[in-house]
Design a protein around this ligand. Structure first.
Ligand code: ADP
Ligand code: MG
Length: 475
């Protein structure tokens, strides 16, 4: 039989079209092109990484059924992602990503680009002659400098990272410690430095490792009685990137072993890059001798991105995903998600998904909904008034009743809950909480907090109130 990729794909399409809504078909299947059929594997080209993820998430079953009908049980599917590369004026490039290997599906990976796989660090100690072992760097090539956009919030860290990448071990930024809050790019920047070094100095041994994994490996080495091998392994690395070192906190053994590794690398002019969610001065339960070493080089902070940087990050992400979005929506997102780039990206993905799936235009209203629903941790200032309103609504009374002098049990409880949450979610003093919730004094508020704590451990129904209200207040 002489079958082409197109003919196989056309048959698949006919089947799929019969089985899903015409809108979904138009959105997700018409843009696909079949490009190759070899070894019973059909390669299809999709317009963006987002597109590929969406297909995998929602249509992998029907794809499997369709393809199996055409090519039999050994059928495989390969995605080819075609996208324009934005930054750096490169030619468009093509990226291949294997179809995911879910248990109940036969779609299989072929042609897996090894560097995208980021395999687990194999236990390096079972192989004798460790110096000959090729060490996988564990770097994620998608986290590079090109797509790490520069702004005031990250300029120092980013330039220091570039300087280190140009001359690993050869600058005074050793160690380079990158610190900052959640979702601000520490992991991305750590990888970017490693990726750039690998690019410029392919012969150098670069290793990215999370502090958590380092700790696990260490514990394992102790269990297997080869702690020295563990240390030796780390001592042969040229560029060591350890992510989230705040996780070493309180782990004396790991800190000790890391201390030895660090000293060895540093003395030998090897580069160490560390990330942490705190500045060295704020780290707790980390030995002094280690802390002082963290401060030897440069500590560079990643701050919250300013408005312009947020806009640039959104636009870059949209461009890379091949999606267009009206300027006012981009502005809306940039104005409303300020403290976490990961959440910003999450909101964009969610927005694109909603709009493509429902074939709706991306509107401000949709954006508003997504920002409200999707971004759970956007910090909204909870006021005492708001708390009183939520609590009284919940118990179907009005705020005046909640504040009244009555001693009726359910009203007293509601009032105590309001006080408890005011203490929990605002910075107001006990006295100020008391005066705002029915003119009580600080001792009453203190008593209320204790009562709520007691009742929620002893009374199931009451605990449910606390949980429900907690949800409403943090939504
Ligand atoms: P952290 O490790 O600090 O929690 P990550 O490095 O995981 O944060 O970053 C969260 C997300 O934000 C990642 O998807 C990352 O690519 C993106 N990101 C962070 N900083 C930037 C930046 N300056 N430009 C583009 N994307 C960024
Ligand atoms: Mg991280």
């Amino acid at each position: 039989m002489n079958r082409t990729a197109e003919s196989v794909w056309d048959n698949c399409l006919a089947f799929i079209e019969d089985n899903i809504s015409s809108q979904a078909y138009k959105t997700w299947f018409e843009p696909i092109k079949a490009v190759k059929l070899a070894d019973n594997a059909l390669s299809i080209q999709v317009p963006s990484k987002f597109f590929y993820e969406w297909l995998e998430e929602h249509y992998v079953k029907i794809l499997k059924v369709a393809l199996t009908k055409e090519l039999g049980a050994t059928a495989k599917l390969v995605y080819i992602i075609r996208m324009e590369n934005t930054y750096g004026n490169k030619l468009p490039f093509t990226e291949k990503i294997p179809s995911s290997n879910r248990s109940n599906m036969q779609l299989q990976e072929v042609d897996v680009p090894v560097k995208n796989k980021s395999p687990e660090l194999k236990n390096p100690f079972v192989i004798p002659g460790i110096r000959n072992v090729k060490i996988e760097s564990q770097l994620n090539p998608n986290y590079n400098f090109e797509n790490f956009l520069e702004g005031d919030s990250n300029r120092l860290a980013r330039s220091a990272g570039l300087a280190v990448a140009n001359k690993p071990g050869g600058t005074s930024f050793n160690p380079l410690l990158i610190f900052g809050g959640v979702g601000l790019g520490k992991t991305h920047l750590g990888h970017a430095i490693g990726v750039d070094i690998k690019d410029k100095y392919p012969e150098k041994t670069v290793l990215y490792i999370s502090a958590e994994k380092f700790t696990q490996q260490y514990i394992e080495s102790v269990r297997k009685n080869n702690r020295n091998d563990f240390i030796h392994f780390y001592q042969i690395i040229d560029v060591l990137i350890v992510d989230d070192i705040q996780l070493f906190s309180g782990k004396a053994g790991t800190q000790d072993v890391f201390f030895h590794v660090f000293n060895h690398l540093h003395q030998n002019g090897k580069q160490v890059i560390l990330t942490s969610d705190k500045a060295p001065v704020d780290m707790i339960d980390i030995e002094q001798r280690l802390l002082s070493r963290f401060k030897w080089g440069l500590s560079a902070e990643l701050n919250h991105p300013d408005y312009d940087t947020r806009v640039a990050i959104i636009e870059n992400k949209l461009y890379r995903d091949g999606v267009e979005m009206p300027g006012e929506i981009v502005e809306f997102l940039a104005n409303n998600i300020k403290t976490n780039i990961r959440e910003l990206e999450g909101a964009i993905i969610s927005l694109i998904a909603h709009s493509s799936f429902n074939k709706k235009e991306i509107t401000i209203d949709l954006a508003r909904k997504i920002v409200e629903n999707y971004v759970k941790h956007t910090k909204r200032e909870v006021s005492i008034d708001y708390i009183q309103k939520v609590v009284s609504d919940y118990f179907q009374m009005d705020v005046d009743t909640l504040q009244s002098k009555t001693r009726k049990r359910h009203i007293v409880q509601a009032r105590q809950l309001a006080m408890f949450f005011a203490k929990k979610y605002t910075k107001a003093s006990l006295a100020s909480i008391g005066s705002q919730i029915g003119q009580r004094d600080h001792a009453t508020v203190l008593h209320a907090c204790k009562t709520v704590n007691n009742l929620s451990t002893t009374d199931k129904q009451f605990r449910k109130y606390v949980e429900d209200l907690n949800k409403k207040l943090t939504l």
